[in-house]
Design a binder for this molecule. Structure first.
Ligand SMILES: [Zn+2]
Length: 186
């Protein structure tokens, strides 16, 4: 595993529709390993292969869903590695929140996303998988899947602004009152 450089705008790979993964071999496994290490080092809650300059349909999401009860013990983050992900169902309800992107450092935007989604895809052994996600987890998946189609959060945002303090972009979402000020980067 190695930490690799995250590609940033205006690199054209971020605007390219990524290719489907057809062979689930050790190269794909190695790419996933590098993505995991790079995402954790950033740190981020999600990463798509084009962000490492590889135009392939592979995403990683690692996120701990916060409990509504502030006194509940912290939930360990759950890791999802999905090849060829596709949203097969989504809620009609949408929700607006702030997002950042590791490929667009220093910017945040308010983006409307589906409140819940069901996605289909494959694990690294080529076995079909299905994930149901709501809230922030659903948002991160939608952000990463957009990357595979060359779509960035700034395309969907109702407003985009520059953050002076880089730290603000790296804050993880929480359920508290300051949530509106916080954002996920992926
Ligand atoms: Zn991103």
């Amino acid at each position: 595993m190695s930490i690799r450089k995250i590609v940033t705008l205006p690199d054209p790979v971020l605007r390219t529709r990524a290719r489907k993964i057809k062979v689930f071999d050790s190269k794909v496994q190695r790419l996933a390993d590098d993505m995991l290490e790079t995402m954790r080092a950033a740190p981020g809650v999600g990463l798509a292969a084009p962000q490492l300059g590889r135009s392939q349909r592979l995403i990683l999401v690692e996120y701990a869903e916060a409990d509504d009860d502030p006194e509940a013990p912290p939930v360990p983050p759950k890791l999802f590695v999905v090849a060829n992900p596709e949203i097969v169902r989504h809620s009609t309800e949408t929700v607006s929140a702030n997002e950042g992107c590791l490929s667009i450092p220093g910017y945040l935007g308010e983006v409307e996303r589906f409140q819940s989604i069901t996605l289909r895809g494959y694990n690294l052994h080529g076995k079909p998988l299905r994930v149901k996600a709501t809230g922030w987890l659903a948002r991160i998946f939608q952000h990463e899947i957009d990357h595979l189609d060359g779509v960035l959060f700034i395309d969907r945002a109702t407003q985009v602004w520059k953050v002076e303090d880089q730290e603000a972009v790296q804050v993880s979402p929480t359920q508290d009152e300051s949530r509106k000020r916080q954002a996920v980067s992926s």
